[in-house]
Design a protein around this ligand. Structure first.
Ligand code: GLN
Length: 244
């Protein structure tokens, strides 16, 4: 299929609540890298109380504990819908606080545990240290294999079962500062602690997500034409193993 005949639907979940450190840049990057190829984008913002229909990509950003509390309750009402979407191959990307809610729960300090939607077999507990700084991590499925970004979280996330790490930390802390894992993946559900925002600095991962979403929609792998990523990769490379 020609890229100009393609369409992709993207939903941004609760942007008014979870959109820390410019996480909106991830939506802008997904939209732009489709539009630059002539792929039509149907974009929807999902706010508290909205119904949610089928989309190819669901994105949720990060936020402080208070905003997470507000979103957790609402997100949980759609739990089984999201499981159905995951099992149909829909792509999910959660950043930090949004990522934590993709697991079974997030236990903040001195507050009630927040129920997650268990798209990932993972859980998060608040730690005593706030991890703040640059992160570089290596994947086993991307070229180039590095992912770069900025972390700011006290939550410690632990992966279980078939949920795999997104990448292995070479600089920074990642999921918990102990097991060298960063982020998570199960089916086409992805979570990461990398803000920055994340996707503009990691164009190869953005295109990977778009190709997964097109495969879910059209039932076949569609290789995207390459874009001139000189500026994106200059930024990416300048951040590799950049110390805190
Ligand atoms: N409140 C969560 C934590 O501190 C998530 C923070 C974030 O989204 N940056 O771990």
């Amino acid at each position: 299929m020609e890229e100009r005949d393609l369409k992709i639907s993207i939903a941004h979940l609760y942007p008014e609540l979870l959109n820390l450190y410019g996480d909106i840049g991830n939506i802008i990057t997904l939209k732009k890298r489709c539009e630059w190829r002539g792929i039509e984008v149907e974009f929807t913002e999902i706010h508290s109380g909205d119904d949610i229909k089928e989309h190819d990509i669901y994105f949720i950003g990060g936020g402080q504990d208070k905003q997470q509390e507000e979103v957790a309750e609402e997100l949980f009402t759609h739990k089984w819908f999201f499981h159905g979407q995951r099992d149909k191959g829909a792509v999910f990307l959660g950043i930090c606080g949004g990522y934590q809610l993709f697991g079974h729960y997030y236990q903040p300090h001195d507050k009630e545990k927040l129920k997650g939607i268990s798209l990932l077999d993972a859980y998060t507990v608040a730690g005593d240290t706030r991890f703040i700084g640059n992160v570089t991590a290596k994947t086993d499925f991307l070229t180039p294999d590095t992912l770069v970004g900025f972390e700011n979280h006290s939550g410690l996330t632990y992966l279980q079962g078939d949920t795999q790490p997104l990448a292995t930390v070479t600089t920074g802390n990642g999921n918990n500062g102990e097991d060298k894992t960063e982020g998570a993946r199960y089916k086409n559900v992805f979570g990461t602690y990398l803000h920055g925002s994340f996707l503009p600095k990691n164009p190869q991962f953005t295109d990977y997500l778009i190709e997964l979403a097109l495969e879910k929609r059209y039932g076949e792998r569609i290789e995207l034409k390459l874009l001139d990523d000189t500026i994106e990769m200059a930024t990416h490379n300048s951040l590799i193993n950049k110390p805190y």
